[in-house]
Design a protein around this ligand. Structure first.
Ligand code: 6PG
Length: 238
């Protein structure tokens, strides 16, 4: 996975001179972030731009802040220019303002005209037991509103309000990696991949991009064709 990420980044940098990547929070990708932090190529990092798929509306230093997780496990250890890092702001008055500000950052970076979507080179997503991904939950309305880039999310069952990229943005990415691990995810993995039940995660179907599931054996255990999805890489035990 780390090797694959570096290879993809290098390819894009050679072709377009930059590489944009959106990272998720959650426990599953932490090992990947840690391993990636060993990559010390300054030429590479100086051309990498890191976005977030979603954020909890908590202080930047809160233990539940997704960007803090990325910072503490990856960004603190690599020579990425600070201006290449795009956390979702949470020091604003409302979650709606945060979503709007992040939309403006995307519009600026990708120089988007109206009714255009960013093309993020690679998006790393996780999968919740309820079929959510990023902060798009089964109950969340408007996750696929055309040309909507970001959205505030306020679900009663959640501890925090959140901000998320929307389905149109995820589906416009060039590569989407779902990282899923653990036996508790086996049921939802099957329902998403094989049964294709209409969860937000199932609706991630990149229009022109590539969708890859990176599963551990436990998460893949209810699939008929497990070997197709179990990720093998000596550098990561995911
Ligand atoms: C978050 C995420 C979320 C996460 C899934 C899976 O803010 O928590 O971005 O979508 O990826 O909930 O989380 P785990 O990897 O912890 O199972």
């Amino acid at each position: 996975m780390v090797t694959q990420w570096i290879q993809t980044a290098t390819d894009y940098i050679q072709r377009t001179s930059r590489f944009s990547c959106a990272f998720s929070g959650g426990r599953t990708p932490v090992e990947f972030y840690n391993l990636l932090s060993a990559e010390q190529d300054f030429e590479l990092w100086s051309r990498v731009h890191i976005f977030m798929t979603d954020e909890r509306f908590v202080d930047a230093e809160d233990k539940d802040n997704n960007f803090r997780l990325i910072r503490d496990n990856l960004l603190n250890y690599v020579k990425i220019p600070p201006e290449n890092i795009y956390p979702i702001p949470t020091n604003v008055q409302t979650v709606g303002i945060a979503a709007e500000e992040y939309k403006n950052r995307l519009v600026g970076f990708f120089t988007l005209d109206q009714n255009r979507l960013p093309i993020i080179d690679l998006v790393v997503l996780g999968l919740g037991e309820d079929g959510h991904t990023a902060s798009l939950f089964p109950q969340t309305e408007g996750i696929d509103a055309p040309y909507r880039l970001t959205m505030p999310v306020n679900e009663n069952h959640l501890k925090y309000e959140r901000i998320s990229l929307t389905l149109p943005v995820l589906n416009n990415a060039r590569h989407v990696y779902f990282m899923v691990a653990g036996k508790n995810k086996a049921d939802i993995v099957r329902r998403v991949i094989e049964d294709k039940e209409p969860f937000p995660a199932t609706q991630v179907q990149p229009t022109n991009g590539e969708l890859t599931f990176l599963l551990d054996a436990a998460a893949a255990s209810q699939l008929k064709d497990q070997q197709k999805y179990i990720y093998r890489d000596e550098t990561i035990s995911l």
